[in-house]
Design a protein around this ligand. Structure first.
Ligand code: SAH
Length: 497
């Protein structure tokens, strides 16, 4: 087994006096929560026992970082401890190595009343979720406080829109395969920020059907003598399995990401997989023979079905291909899009730009209430999907263009074109100056900014505010329960000068 046993320690590494964003690779098991005999005997800080480079201190957590880690003060320094919650007293181990301070939770003394046992047994190993040790109210509070803090310069955000059943929500999953010490095939997810494969049979935020399918693939690999790809040696065949599920349509896409185009026994493998899961509607092979952490390579071949899945969102039907972006939590996406379109205040006459449009979802949903929609997106497959999606839904007033959104907007501004509303939904890195400065030149009345990274969103909002816009509303949406991530949509209005 590749998986380390839970040993009761949690690690987080940080530079003295500053947080280290690429924190601890490995998450080990939770320190015991059971009654602690020494409770109350320790002051909140600094009763420590020194040894050469490491010492144990008792501390009280005073708050959470934006990444959900507990904040403690130690000798005038702020340290971050993974999985520690506000108000909790705990024994932590601090290791000092030159300028590096490595602090980890050793033993909880007084657990928070909001602490729960994580439902996932891989939680402390995997790191893909960061908040499962908090109950739903504490997760909600954490996300609200984080957004309130970040958005403070612009006003008070609305209460976050939470999810009724905050599990099983991901419509997309990728899993990886490898060999354990006994050379048996294992499958699962990489631990956060690492290439250590955690063997698992279920991820509680994945669609349960998707997990059943890749478990079957793991079993089929044995009977077909298919070797998992080994990144270090470059040997082996199956690198990853990407599964996309249409939550409304029930359609399922399976992408076998392989290291070589020569797939021995391909037809029988596909047949066996379909026999075990007749609910699969399309199977693709994607060849990724590069030394890369990217999941998908360039070559793609449809082995069964139409090569895409179709799903319904906000009453429209969308074709989704293997490489296109599609929001991973459709239940919450409907709430997000409804809010974004409400913020756009469309009357049927407006020219709306849907920038970073993916497969055209927001623009096509908005098209019913707009004069015309212009979508721009970098990914070729996604733009093709968007064009197909506008036809499939009988939308006549939308056009989609492939290209960099920044360049596209610069060209529009240079041609002196106008837009009434810009809806933008950039990737985590946010937008860029080319895009933002052109938006300012186009002078839309309203900008609706959707973001999965409030830090870059704040940066971009500051720019737009500096150049004549006012933030009129901020709506956080919990699109990624159990994790620290928060989606946020903001409305900006042009000041009349
Ligand atoms: N609005 C869509 C997609 C949002 S994700 C939805 O809700 O589904 C962000 C999208 O931006 C991705 O589809 C990505 O391919 C695209 N993208 C990334 N960089 C870009 C750029 N420089 N110009 C245009 N699109 C870009």
């Amino acid at each position: 087994m590749n998986k380390q046993k839970n040993s009761g320690y949690i690690k987080s590494k940080q530079k003295r006096n500053q947080s280290n964003k690429s924190h601890g690779k490995k998450h080990l098991g939770m320190a015991t929560r059971k009654g602690d005999k020494s409770q109350g005997k320790h002051a909140s800080t600094n009763k420590h026992r020194r040894n050469k480079k490491s010492l144990t201190v008792v501390v009280t957590c005073t708050g959470l970082t934006n990444e959900g880690r507990g904040i403690i003060q130690w000798e005038g320094k702020k340290l971050e401890i993974e999985h520690l919650m506000p108000g909790e007293t705990a024994e932590i181990t601090i290791s000092i190595n030159g300028g590096d301070v490595d602090a980890k939770l050793k033993r909880l003394i007084t657990p928070s009343k909001d602490r729960v046992k994580p439902r996932c047994s891989y939680y402390y190993d995997c790191g893909g979720c960061q908040l499962q040790h908090m109950n739903e109210q504490a997760q909600e509070r954490f996300k609200q406080v984080t957004i309130d803090k970040l958005m403070k310069p612009f006003g008070k955000p609305e209460p976050i829109l939470t999810m009724e059943h905050p599990y099983d929500y991901r419509n997309k999953s990728h899993t990886t395969f490898g060999l354990n010490k006994e050379r048996q095939i294992i499958g699962g997810l990489y631990a956060q920020n690492s290439h250590q494969l955690i063997s698992m049979d279920r991820c509680l935020i994945h669609d349960p059907k998707a997990d059943e399918i890749w478990q079957t693939i793991k079993d089929l690999m044995k009977s077909f003598k298919m070797q998992p790809y080994n990144e270090d040696t470059g040997r082996g065949f199956l690198r990853h399995v990407l599964i996309k599920v249409g939550k409304v349509s029930g359609e399922i896409m399976v992408v076998l990401v392989v290291a070589s185009p020569i797939f021995k026994g391909k037809n029988n493998f596909v047949k066996a997989l379909r026999k075990a899961h007749p609910e699969i509607t399309t199977i693709l092979m994607n060849v990724n023979n590069r030394d890369t952490s990217m999941v998908l390579g360039d070559q793609e071949k449809v082995l069964f079905g139409k090569g895409t899945i179709t799903d319904t969102l906000c009453g429209l039907k969308f074709d989704i291909s293997a490489k296109s972006f599609y929001q991973i939590n459709p239940v919450q996406t409907e709430k997000l899009y409804a809010k974004a379109i409400e913020m756009a205040q469309l009357t049927g006459r407006e020219t709306v730009i849907d920038a970073y449009c993916g497969i055209g979802t927001i623009g096509l949903i908005a098209s019913k209430k707009a004069g015309k929609v212009i979508g721009v997106e970098l990914n070729k497959d996604a733009v093709q999907d968007a064009i197909r999606n506008s036809k499939r839904n009988g939308v006549k007033n939308a056009r989609f263009y492939q290209g960099d959104a920044g360049k596209f907007m610069v060209e529009m501004a240079t041609r002196g074109e106008k837009a009434d509303v810009v809806i933008m939904d950039p990737p985590r890195s946010g937008s860029d100056e080319a895009f933002l400065s052109s938006v300012v030149k186009l002078k839309p009345k309203r900008i609706v900014y959707v973001s999965c990274n409030p830090v870059t969103q704040v940066r971009d909002l500051k720019y737009l505010v500096q150049y004549g816009y006012e933030v009129k509303g901020i709506q956080p949406v919990d699109m990624f329960p159990q994790t620290v991530h928060v989606e946020c949509v903001a409305l900006l209005q042009r000041k009349t000068i």
